[in-house]
Design a protein around this ligand. Sequence first.
Ligand SMILES: [Zn+2]
Length: 72
Amino acid sequence: MWQMLSSLEIPDPFATFVANKYAKATGLKYDFFAKEWYLKTACCGEELYAPNKKTMTKIRLYHTRNECLGGY
Ligand SMILES: [Zn+2]
């Protein structure tokens, strides 16, 4: 877990590439009009919004751990 978190802190091109690839895989989208990241969660279909990807990751993890009623 700490390895994943520390890799997110490093702003190198490969990490960005991986993040973008991951974003596509998870359905993360950027709303250019609202200037927010948008994600429809895979677990229950709830829609999440965040100002950046890092915050989105936190919101998504919080959702799956504490809020989600559809996954676990
Ligand atoms: Zn959910």
